[in-house]
Design a protein. Structure first.
Length: 299
């Protein structure tokens, strides 16, 4: 079986490498070919376009940054969807909104292609160690066709239901991550502003009920000021925006989440876009440390 893989960024490159480690032959495509070099060789070939890739494979995975990138790869001038053989499986692991997944499922069905939305939870280290969680929206039979491949890249599979439910769950998870990180950073800024040391705050708060467990993994980044990317801040903002779009479509109010989403957007404007999303701490503490505006002089 030959596997196609489109999208070799922080997550996709590690996922593809794990498929290779289990002996699977890959045909890959990425807009920047240099990102594919580590995968090329006896078990990996590069295709010049998504369309040419589709003609060579038995199953296709996509792991792209946002809905527009997925749609371009699938339906653009050199898109793959018109070149996949009938009854092949397209597994989209990208973080997109549920209505978009349903739209892609319908486009695939028109061409007799089976569609699965299977976004993941886990950052770069989890991807490298094949410890991702897959949230799968699919027909049960289609999930069984790909289960062994997913377990090459992750250690947990949750079948959430039909098309769009995998991306729905991903929206919920990333909303909790984004708001949780922002709330923790704001609480830390308050504590430091009140004179409590950063070390005391970390030692006292981590592991307690109010603090999400994932925040312990961000301590080293915050203390060192080295926000090497595990999950880019700009993609967290994107996912929170897609969650707000989904909320609008379903009539759900999200006042806290929308405020947090805009906080990440402001941090992007201050140069944090490509850093890990925990850099929201740096943005908030920089605001706190800015000098207070001068008081107006009375005449």
């Amino acid at each position: 079986m030959k596997i196609g893989f489109i999208g070799l960024g922080i997550m996709g490159s590690r996922m593809a490498a794990n498929l290779q480690k289990h002996g699977h032959a890959l045909v890959v495509f990425n807009r920047t070919r240099a990102k594919a070099e580590a995968l090329l060789g006896p078990c990996g070939t590069f295709s010049d376009s998504p369309a040419k890739l589709a003609e060579q494979v038995d199953i296709l995975f996509t792991m792209l940054a946002h809905p527009d990138a997925v749609e371009e790869a699938a339906l653009g001038a050199n898109g793959f969807l018109d070149h996949l053989r009938p009854n092949l499986l397209w597994v989209d692991c990208s973080s997109v909104n549920p209505s978009f997944s349903k739209k892609m499922a319908a486009e695939a069905e028109r061409r007799e292609v089976h569609f699965v939305d299977a976004p993941v939870t886990g950052s770069a280290p989890a991807a490298a160690e094949a410890k991702l969680i897959f949230w799968v929206g699919a027909d049960p039979a289609d999930l069984e066709r790909i289960r062994s491949l997913l377990l090459c890249m992750g250690n947990k599979i949750v079948h959430t239901g039909g098309h769009g439910t995998g991306t729905s769950m991903k929206m919920v998870v990333n909303l909790l991550l984004g708001t949780g990180m922002a709330a923790f950073a704001e609480a830390m800024a308050l504590g430091e502003g009140l004179g409590i040391s950063r070390k005391m705050l970390f030692d006292s708060l981590l592991g307690t009920p109010p603090v999400a467990p994932f925040l312990a993994s961000k301590r080293e980044k915050i203390e060192s000021g080295n926000y090497e990317t595990e999950f880019p801040l700009r993609w967290m903002q994107k996912d929170m925006h897609l969650a707000s779009v989904s909320a609008y479509e379903s009539g759900v109010a999200m006042p806290l989440s929308n405020a947090a989403k805009e906080l990440y957007r402001l941090a992007m404007r201050e140069g944090h876009a490509s850093q890990d999303f925990s850099a929201i701490y740096d943005y908030l503490t920089a605001i706190h440390e800015s000098p207070a505006p001068a008081k107006p002089r009375l005449h």
